[in-house]
Ligand binder design. Structure first.
Ligand code: PRX
Length: 639
């Protein structure tokens, strides 16, 4: 069996075999790209099909910048039309339902093209125009990629909302984006249960501008269909015309909005453009995942997150690849389900999160030993730091000691991967994400923006020219865009991550703001606090992350009550969080306390709470007005 990686002590290098076949194996690429990143990206952009070439490749007027100015392109055209001649009969999507509800579907490029064209015409007929926002609230079924591509084809801006988000979360996103159309499904299957998504959608569209709802039939169950407002997709598709001319988008026109948590209570709509995003999605898929014609690529991320957008939809399709899409969860009907799918479809490239890896490590190797995973040749990790133990476990047990692991760092805001090792070049060192992708300039700086030397921890930033896939703003809130990403360093993009560099490789240390990564999901402490304080018995609350063996971090809430503690109150608070945000956000622990540590100006010192529950040194508490609160909390925690 081919070995794609060789080990030298703690460092992993591509094998000769890997170097021979890899899409990129010449290490000069880093230096060459860095000499002139703009011309590097221009050259790569030419691998896509443009209706009209750009007049100017890059322009910067910070905090704004543009790529491929005047260039005309369409994302759906580049994902579909360009492949029809050579790859029409090649599977684009292999879809697997959660067992036992249905059969696998194999959708070729020809079929996907046909469906997307018809879907585009359906949207047009319902009045959707270029620039309109379309909400998508769908599970992992192929119609979700079709819906995104259909929006892209006609120049409508999609905003996908994770199907496990609550109606309230959906409402906020629909209102903020001003969407008039929502695409959802009757329901879906999750861990053996039927989830009636349409009910949640009905609740979520109350008090929004949604005028029409398109419903994909997944479960076939009876759901409420409002006359004149709700339409089944299959019925609309029956009469739809077979061809829809792709809209010629200016490269900087918006492709999608994706809402993500920041340091305030309300998620913000991150804006991504068309051309720059496409180039980054394409090239990172081709070089980091080394995607080739005969690969089967499986990114396990849900489409509701940016990883799903870039690597469960656009990246693989831009490369003309085949991707697996799975409806279910990793542990149902048993923890062997993913490995069974890898064996069945001979998956070659597998991209998942450290949380999933740690979960499987806990469940034990026996589940994967039942299946043949020898088709795998490359593994990836994303979303949170991966510890050495989980890395080695993934390498040995999933990759059989043969496959390189690319630890990819990026964010909703960056659109595509910015830091990773390249599997044909190396080196790969466990727990280090790697180098900046060619043509990208990441750096580690101090508070004042001075670059730090080797092994000095600081703040991770990006320097000019900014990568083509980067966000172009926060929807309807330019102030927030400036404040969040540009206020601190002015000429550098602030990632809000801590990092250091050793031997030229970047090690990510985690967020430096009030954002938690719970099972890889991005949650803001403020959003949870705002929700918990909505409870009538809660006066004040502070939420901080606690280290968690499986999920990386878990939210813990410290709550000051109005009146006395009563039975069932913790459960009520948890239910409130589930209802208002999502079950993924529920606190792992709630402590009722009399007081919270505060500064003279009344600011809660979350750092102290964070250190308390993580068992770390408390640090300076002399600035507190109420140092005694810390002792009392310690008693509560039985420390
Ligand atoms: O803290 C970093 C962490 O995830 C954050 C971005 O979260 P989100 O926008 O949800 O996007 C996740 C998927 C792209 C980052 O600020 N993060 C992402 N990748 C890694 C990571 N932390 C460590 N290692 C990574 N490979």
């Amino acid at each position: 069996m081919a070995k794609w990686v060789v080990r030298e002590g703690n460092v992993f290098w591509p094998s000769e075999e890997m170097k021979k076949v890899a899409n990129i194996s010449n290490s000069d690429v880093y230096e060459e790209a860095d000499k002139n990143p703009v011309s590097f990206w221009e050259e790569k952009a030419r691998e896509l099909k443009w209706f009209k070439e750009w007049e100017k490749p890059y322009e910067e007027n910070l905090p704004y910048f543009k790529w491929f100015i005047g260039g005309k392109i369409n994302m759906s055209y580049n994902c579909l039309d360009v492949h029809l001649k050579d790859k029409g009969d090649k599977p684009a999507i292999i879809w697997e339902p959660e067992p036992p509800h249905g059969e696998a579907r194999i959708i070729t490029y020809n079929e996907l093209y046909k469906e997307v064209n018809k879907f585009s015409n359906v949207l047009k007929k319902l009045g959707v125009k270029k620039g309109d926002r379309v909400g998508i609230y769908l599970p992992m079924i192929p119609e979700v990629q079709m819906a995104m591509l259909a929006c892209a084809r006609i120049g409508a801006i999609h905003t996908v909302v994770f199907s496990a988000f609550s109606p309230d979360s959906l409402r906020h996103r629909l209102n903020d984006s001003g969407a008039k159309i929502l695409i959802t499904s009757d329901g879906y299957y999750r861990r053996g249960k039927e989830i009636t998504l349409k009910d949640k959608a009905d609740e979520g569209i109350k008090d929004t501008g949604i005028e029409k709802v398109i419903v994909v039939r997944r479960t076939g169950s009876n759901v409420n269909m409002a006359d004149g407002r709700d339409f089944y997709l299959d019925e609309l598709m029956k009469d739809a015309e077979e061809y829809c001319e792709p809209e010629k988008m200016e490269s900087n026109d918006t492709l999608f909005l994706l809402y993500t948590s920041g340091t305030t209570g309300k998620p913000k709509g991150v804006i991504h453009d068309t051309g720059g995003y496409a180039v980054q999605a394409y090239l990172t898929t081709k070089w980091i995942f080394d995607l080739k014609d005969d690969d089967i690529f499986w990114c396990t991320a849900d489409i509701g997150w940016v990883t799903g957008h870039t690597y469960s939809c656009y990246g693989p399709l831009l490369c003309g690849g085949t991707m697996l899409v799975y409806e279910g969860s990793p542990d149902y009907p048993d923890p062997g389900v993913w490995w069974k799918l890898i064996e069945k479809h001979k998956v070659t490239i597998f991209y998942t999160s450290p949380t999933a890896i740690r979960m499987f490590e806990r469940t034990g190797e026996s589940w994967m030993k039942k299946y043949d995973l020898s088709s795998l040749r490359l593994l990836g990790s994303v979303g949170e730091p991966i510890g050495e133990e989980a890395w080695m476990w993934y390498f040995e047990n999933v990759g059989g000691g043969r496959c390189p692991i690319v630890d990819t760092w990026w964010q909703t805001e960056t659109g595509g991967i910015l830091i990773s090792s390249l599997p044909g070049i190396g080196p790969i060192i466990p727990t280090f994400a790697g180098k900046s992708f060619p043509g990208v300039r990441m750096a580690v700086v101090d508070e004042s923006g001075n670059e730090l030397g080797d092994e000095k921890p600081g703040y991770l930033v990006q320097k000019s020219p900014f990568a083509p896939g980067m966000l172009r703003g926060v929807y309807g809130n330019p102030e927030k865009y400036k404040k969040t990403y540009w206020e601190k360093y002015k000429t550098m993009y602030d990632t809000s991550d801590g990092a250091y560099i050793k031997n030229g490789l970047i090690k990510i240390e985690g967020r430096t703001d009030d954002v938690m990564k719970v099972a890889g999901h991005r949650l803001s402490t403020a959003e949870l606090e705002d929700t918990i304080t909505l409870h009538e018995n809660v006066v004040e609350c502070a939420v901080v992350p606690r280290p968690d063996e499986i999920k990386g971090e878990a939210p813990v809430a410290f709550v000051i009550l109005r009146g006395k503690e009563r039975e069932g109150l913790k459960e009520d608070i948890i239910k409130l969080v589930e209802r208002k945000i999502s079950p993924i956000a529920k606190p792992a622990e709630i402590y009722f306390v009399d007081d919270l540590p505060k500064t003279r100006s009344g600011k809660i010192m979350r750092r102290i709470l964070r250190n308390l529950i993580s068992g770390k040194e408390l640090g300076d508490i002399t600035t507190l007005v109420n140092p005694e609160s810390v002792e009392k909390i310690k008693e509560k925690l039985k420390l």
